[in-house]
Design a protein around this ligand. Structure first.
Ligand SMILES: NC(=O)c1ccc[n+]([C@@H]2O[C@H](COP(=O)([O-])OP(=O)(O)OC[C@H]3O[C@@H](n4cnc5c(N)ncnc54)[C@H](OP(=O)(O)O)[C@@H]3O)[C@@H](O)[C@H]2O)c1
Length: 282
């Protein structure tokens, strides 16, 4: 199983995304089972946010993790940019902790940049960290200029991860952001690693090269897409699945090693960008 280390905690490099979970009542029990099966298989990281279904995802995560020892998990939550200042951040965090049913998050992310000055957000994140409500903080949807601005701020280098969109068809961050993060030893949390079931580009699930590699490994195209993300070091991929069978297949993708030839074949189909691209976001 590929591993990632965030804030000195080493865990499987496949985590659990939860956007849209808890939104549809009839899917709820399957979604809970999907999360629990993955935890039983060894998954540790779970990614949620106050934004997801206005707390529905957080509450579903809370229900799913009840039977487990909280200390075995790595819980990631995110604050909305509009709540990321002195006036609201701690209240938002308290609401999220209550919804998930825990007294701390392992990682608390600024979901994306808004109008509140970054320095104010960092001050608040440091304050709630000292209060023990979060173990560490990070950012999401940050590009090179955002990271450079952050690192210049007091305590800005305490950021422990950046969560960005990354999959075979969205490789823009490889041009400049990923090398910079590598230089600073900042882990990537790769969101939408399955391109939202290929709805972002519509070219992946039917691609003959991906299909052939999947057939060689006797897995689905989704597992090859995840294995491809995990070919780089220090990345946590957080596919979302509310289907227990899919969820287990995704977790097991952490065991797949792609050969150099397979990586080269994928490179030919989906080349690395040769110039700066705007940061891909959802
Ligand atoms: N920080 C941010 O701004 C941000 C933005 C977007 C997402 N995220 C996080 O990243 C997570 C993942 O991204 P995402 O939810 O956008 O998309 P994703 O993980 O790329 O794709 C999820 C879709 O793929 C399907 N799927 C998953 N595994 C499958 C499998 N093995 N076989 C067939 N279909 C499969 C799911 O359907 P089933 O449920 O039916 O399996 C779902 O429709 C989110 O849940 C969220 O936690 C963060």
């Amino acid at each position: 199983m590929k591993k990632v280390t965030i804030n000195n905690i080493t865990m499987p490099a496949i985590g659990i995304g939860t956007w849209n979970m808890g939104d549809v009542a009839v899917k709820r029990s399957a979604e809970i089972k999907a999360i629990q099966d993955e935890i039983n298989a060894g998954a540790r990281a779970i990614d949620t946010a106050e934004m997801y279904g206005n707390g529905r995802s957080e509450r579903l995560v809370g229900e799913a993790i009840k039977p487990f020892d909280r200390h075995d998990l790595f819980l990631i939550d995110k604050v909305l940019p509009s709540n990321a200042g002195k006036a609201k951040l701690e209240h938002s965090l308290d609401q999220s902790l209550k919804a998930v049913g825990t007294d701390y998050f392992d990682l608390y992310l600024l979901h994306w940049r808004g109008s509140i000055p970054l320095a104010e957000t960092v001050n608040e994140l440091e304050r709630v960290k000292k209060a023990g409500k979060i173990k560490a903080w990070g950012v999401s949807n940050f590009d090179v200029a955002d990271m450079e601005e952050l690192w210049k701020l007091q305590d800005g280098t305490n950021c422990v991860a950046n969560e960005d969109l990354y999959n075979l068809d969205r490789r823009g961050i490889e041009y400049d952001l990923l090398p910079l993060m590598k230089q600073h030893q900042l882990p990537l949390i790769a969101y939408s690693p399955l391109a939202e079931a290929d709805t972002l580009s519509g070219t992946l699930y039917t691609n003959p090269v991906i299909k052939e590699i999947a057939a060689n490994h006797q897995v689905g195209v989704q597992q090859i897409m995840l294995a491809w993300v995990l070919r780089i070091e220090n990345v946590l991929a957080i596919p979302k699945s509310g289907n227990p069978e899919h969820a287990m297949a995704n977790f097991n993708a952490g065991e797949i090693d792609l050969s150099d030839d397979e990586i080269l074949a994928l490179q030919k189909e989906f080349p690395t960008p040769t110039k700066k691209e705007p940061l891909a976001v959802i």
